[in-house]
Design a protein around this ligand. Structure first.
Ligand code: 6R9
Length: 654
């Protein structure tokens, strides 16, 4: 019962080109070194990639599991690692951020300039009484100030809690309350989809709620002027960034803090349950974020232009916009807006303009580009691209192939990276110069990480079988807890396999005949049809493999005969609809899934819809679709990117 049946068959594979292999940062030797001495390997990475004000002598302390300490007697300053050390090494003139605003304005910020800005801001924070251990909420659009704010908070040893710019006043207040933030850094507004979307009013509202913790703990609000929209002003509480920061001194010496000093709290937007404040600390986190960015994305800081499209409100924006690439001294693109604004090819125009060489994005974005058709990216020169990354959901083999062919000129290696807010950094991924890649598989743990797929009893399932994904050994960037709730931390992640001491990730996975890992989706979403446990990922991939389908989500809905039945929601490609009528398509797709994977997986219903409910990081919220499929009232939609989507879908299904 515990195993997940695997049905999809996919056997294409792509070896790295010899020319790529020859220049790759990540080599096969890393696996050997890590296998011989895992802790020694991480100690080496930490010494090589991170500057320590005081070198550590201890590596891992696992005497009180699941509470780990890494490099505990070492001291560092995370911001110094991301800024000053590059300037001191003579690279101050290198561009850190190629920033592009949605309306077309742009700014280039060098490492020297960013260091200067962060030093001034650190002085402002000091004047506002922010120091070691204080919490600062950051509620900003994707502008250089967002990166500077995170780094300045880190520089003074305080803890940031970045909240997605799209979240409501309620969500913001709940997060400020939970963390007891003293300061909020925000903007008047930011550009999204062709207009200014205001931010400060949500902060004002969150702080106005009487009796809330937010009203009591927050002393100041620091406001960046970006949208030029009118804002209310609380005298004595509110401060303009453009008045305070330039006026502050640019002299600020980074103080060392212990490796286990908390760096940030990030609330998981979570597809289920109350948000959890995931806590990360400094030395181990920075080591693994820096290492993985370097070897998985194959970063050559002198020559690459890297672009991770994630918002800083998502863990991907923390580890692969702010900390990893800046610690590596890379040059990167930062884009404020949405992919389709002001024109559908905006992303590709940016790739062409900045000659982006490494692109890291999510399957949801790739599938939305597939929906529009290849004619859009094909209008741009994408020849600078040499590495492509994917994160956030399983990438369907068809989307993987499209990504490689259309964006990567049939040449760029794809790294499909599995990890979580909780893991802090990439855990499973190909190394682009080493691994022969397979479309749809995240493949192998990175060097120094130990992963297994097990059954309910914790026993290894063996190649060719599906089960539960676990992490069997502590890793440097692991979460150190849930803010204010150590019991929930133990219960959520460590109780299920307490005997073995495994971390349970909540994902289903399968090992193929070579032992490569295929992610199957959240275990909570697994369907049970006539006693067969079916994963969402495989049926969705089969649907996306049909020429008509751009995107698909499947859920299990209760069914009198089979226990649960597969119900599919699909979005049809625009080009397909131009040439075909959608009549009869639902029936065709039911048959198609039956042929591709077998009659057991054939959906009972296929609904053609215009959109799917997604979180702000692009994950499909299947729980809401299950409500629709079972004819219930739709549950909590506050973490959706677009809360109107569910009423549209409900209407389309009726
Ligand atoms: C980085 C991030 C974590 C959950 C994770 C899994 C899904 C992420 C994936 C993937 C398949 C991948 N996930 N990457 N599933 N293949 N390459 O997304 O963090 O927002 O915390 O989500 O996302 O289900 O458990 P987070």
């Amino acid at each position: 019962m515990s195993q997940i049946d695997s049905l999809l068959h996919e056997d294409r594979h792509f070896a790295p080109a010899a020319s790529f292999r020859a220049q790759a940062v990540g080599t096969a030797e890393l696996y050997e070194r890590a296998a011989a001495d895992r802790e020694g390997f991480w100690a080496e990475q930490a010494r090589e990639l991170v500057h320590w004000h005081r070198p550590f002598t201890q590596v891992l302390d696992w005497t009180n599991p699941p509470f780990a300490e890494w490099f505990a007697d070492g001291e560092l300053n995370v911001a110094y690692n991301c800024l000053d050390r590059h300037v001191e090494a003579g690279n101050g003139a290198r561009v850190a951020l190629y920033w592009e605003g949605e309306p077309g304005d742009s700014r280039q910020v060098t490492y020297a300039e960013l260091t200067d800005e962060v030093k001034r801001l650190a002085n402002v924070l000091g004047d506002l009484g922010i120091g070691r251990g204080d919490r600062v909420a950051i509620y900003l659009p994707m502008i250089p100030e967002a990166v500077a704010a995170m780094l300045a908070v880190a520089r003074v040893g305080a803890i940031h809690s970045v909240v997605f710019g799209g979240f409501s006043a309620d969500s913001l207040r709940a997060r400020i309350d939970d963390a007891g933030a003293k300061l909020v850094i925000t903007a008047d507004g930011g550009w999204r989809k062709g207009k200014v979307s205001p931010l400060k009013p949500a902060v004002d509202q969150a702080l106005a709620d009487r009796g809330s913790g937010a009203q009591e703990t927050v002393e100041h609000v620091l406001v960046v002027k970006r949208g030029d929209n009118p804002v209310d002003w609380a005298e004595g509480r509110d401060i303009w960034w453009h008045e305070a920061v330039p006026a502050a001194s640019a002299d600020h010496e980074a103080q060392p803090f212990p490796a286990e000093n908390p760096l940030f709290i990030l609330y998981t937007s979570g597809t289920t349950g109350k948000p959890k404040g995931i806590l990360h600390t400094s030395g181990g986190y920075l080591t693994q974020a820096t290492f993985t960015n370097k070897v998985v994305h194959d970063i050559h800081p002198e020559t690459d232009v890297y672009w991770c499209t994630a918002d800083i409100g998502w863990i991907t924006g923390h580890s692969y916009v702010t900390y990893g690439p800046l610690s590596n001294g890379a040059s990167q693109v930062l884009y404020e807006g949405t992919p389709e604004s002001p024109e559908p090819g905006r992303w590709w125009a940016l790739v062409e303009k900045y000659k982006v060489s490494v692109l890291y994005t999510a399957p949801t974005a790739i599938r939305s580009f597939m929906k529009q058709g290849r004619q859009i990216p094909q209008q741009y020169d994408l020849s600078s691209i040499r590495v492509l990354g994917s994160v956030g959901e399983p990438i369907n083999p068809e989307a993987w192939i499209w990504y490689r062919e259309i964006i990567g000129a049939d040449e760029a290696p794809i790294v499909d990276t599995w990890w979580q807010t909780e893991t802090g950094a990439i855990m499973i991924s190909a190394l682009p110069g080493v691994t022969e890649t397979k479309p749809g598989s995240a493949q192998v743990p990175i060097p120094g990480v130990s992963i297994d797929v097990v059954d309910e009893s914790g026993a290894h399932v063996g190649n060719g079988n599906g089960g539960l994904l676990v992490i069997t050994e502590p890793w440097p960037s692991m979460l150190r807890g849930i803010w204010g709730d150590p019991e929930r931390f133990v219960e959520t992640y460590w109780e299920k396999f307490a005997d073995q001491g495994y971390y349970f990730a909540g994902d289903g996975a399968r090992l193929d005949e070579d032992g490569d890992i295929w992610l199957l989706g959240r275990v909570d979403d697994v369907m049970n049809v006539s006693g067969h446990r079916l994963s969402t990922a495989e049926i969705e991939s089969a649907l996306v493999a049909n020429e008509a389908v751009a995107e698909a989500a499947v859920v299990g809905a209760s069914d009198e005969t089979t226990g649960q039945a597969v119900v599919a929601f699909v979005i049809i490609k625009e080009n397909y609809l131009k040439q075909h009528s959608p009549d009869g398509l639902a029936g065709t797709l039911r048959g198609w899934v039956g042929e591709q994977i077998g009659p057991i997986a054939r959906p009972r219903d296929v609904y053609i819809v215009g959109e799917l409910p997604k979180t702000r990081s692009g994950k499909i919220m299947r729980r809401l679709l299950r409500d629709v499929a079972e004819g219930r009232e739709v549950g909590d939609t506050t973490t959706l990117a677009d809360t109107a989507v569910m009423s549209v879908i409900s209407a389309q299904v009726r």
